[in-house]
Design a protein around this ligand. Structure first.
Ligand SMILES: [Zn+2]
Length: 153
C-alpha cells in the first residue's frame, strides 16, 4: 500500500488492514502529516515501521545506504511523535517556514525579533498542544532559507 492509502486507513481507523510495503513508503509524506487523529493512530503502529531501518529489508544496491538513512530519520521522528503526540514534532525534522504554518492555523506567531546578522527569531505557540516553539530563520552559505525549530520547556 502506498503512503496515501496508508494515511487514509489511519484516518478511517481501519488498522486491521494496516500493512507496510517498504518500497512504497515515502518518509517525507509521513512526516508531513498534520492531522492529529491520524498521528495518534500512526503511533499505534510504530513497531511496523521499525523493520524499515533494517538492512535486510532492502535489496543490496548503491541506494541502500541512503534509503536506510532516510528510514532511520523516519523512525526517529516516529519515536518522538509517540512521546509527544502532536504535529509540532515534525518541525524538528522538516524545518518548515513558520509563516506558512501560521497561515494554516497550525501555530500562532506571538513574537518576532530581528537578531544580529540578519536572522529573524519567532516565538510561536502550537495550536495543537499549546507548547511554545522558537524558530530562527537565517540564510545559509548558499543563500537558502534555513529554519531551526526548538521546543521550549
Ligand atoms: Zn504541538
Amino acid at each position: 500500500m502506498d503512503t496515501d492509502k496508508l494515511i487514509k486507513l489511519l484516518k478511517e481507523g481501519e488498522s486491521d488492514e494496516f500493512k507496510i510495503e517498504p518500497e512504497k513508503i515515502e518518509a517525507y509524506e509521513i512526516i508531513s502529516i498534520t492531522d492529529i487523529d491520524v498521528l495518534k493512530s500512526l503511533c499505534e503502529h510504530i513497531d511496523s515501521f521499525k523493520k524499515l531501518s533494517l538492512p535486510e529489508t532492502w535489496a543490496a544496491s548503491e541506494d541502500r545506504q541512503s534509503i536506510l538513512g532516510c528510514m532511520d530519520y523516519l523512525n526517529k521522528y516516529l519515536n518522538d511523535l509517540n512521546e509527544h503526540k502532536c504535529y509540532c514534532v515534525r518541525y524538528k525534522y522538516l524545518e518548515v517556514d513558520p509563516l506558512n504554518e501560521n497561515d494554516d492555523g497550525l501555530i500562532e506567531i506571538s513574537e518576532l525579533s530581528k537578531a544580529i546578522g540578519g536572522s529573524v527569531k519567532y516565538i510561536c505557540k502550537c495550536n495543537g498542544c499549546s507548547k511554545m516553539l522558537e524558530v530562527t530563520h537565517s540564510l545559509d552559505g548558499m543563500g537558502l532559507d534555513c529554519y531551526v525549530w526548538h521546543r521550549k520547556n
